[in-house]
Design a binder for this molecule. Sequence first.
Ligand SMILES: CC(C)(COP(=O)(O)OP(=O)(O)OC[C@H]1O[C@@H](n2cnc3c(N)ncnc32)[C@H](O)[C@@H]1OP(=O)(O)O)[C@@H](O)C(=O)NCCC(=O)NCCS
Length: 140
Amino acid sequence: MALVSRLGEGLPEWTDPDAVVEAARQWLAGYFTPEQDHPGAVFVAEGEGEVVGVVSVNTRRHFTGSMEAYIGELAVAPHTARTGLGRRLLSTAEAWAREQGVSQMTLETAASNTTARRFYAGAGYREEAIRFTRALDQPV
Ligand SMILES: CC(C)(COP(=O)(O)OP(=O)(O)OC[C@H]1O[C@@H](n2cnc3c(N)ncnc32)[C@H](O)[C@@H]1OP(=O)(O)O)[C@@H](O)C(=O)NCCC(=O)NCCS
């Protein structure tokens, strides 16, 4: 849960990072709520007795209609950056997805999160959709 605070990084300036982190915490907590009968998985990386990386993965219906896997949260401890941990967690989530019988992995990240965009592009992910947003209390 401590690592989820990293999901407040790289957000657009009009987004409240505290709200994003709190929402991510609730999503992650949902994986550990038995009554939700959650079909997804959470994998952690351990180093020297502490959790240094986390990834959550689940399945859902892609907008084309077929089932896909998607990454909910992925974060590593800052002191492990660029040591390959993120890539290993991603590979672990992909292996889980294959076990579920789905052939596609999807995820969303902030357009302004250049680190994540480089990371995913380097791992073979292509940009699929663009999401538009507008504050309705602002003039056009
Ligand atoms: C994105 C994140 C998970 C990457 O984890 P990581 O363990 O540092 O990444 P890896 O060491 O596996 O990097 C693999 C490749 O991704 C790319 N990459 C990773 N970080 C990068 C950066 N800051 N700048 C440019 N490329 C980067 C590189 O190609 C890298 O390979 P290289 O180090 O051999 O050049 C990590 O930066 C993080 O936790 N960020 C905060 C949370 C977040 O934004 N999560 C993604 C949104 S869901």
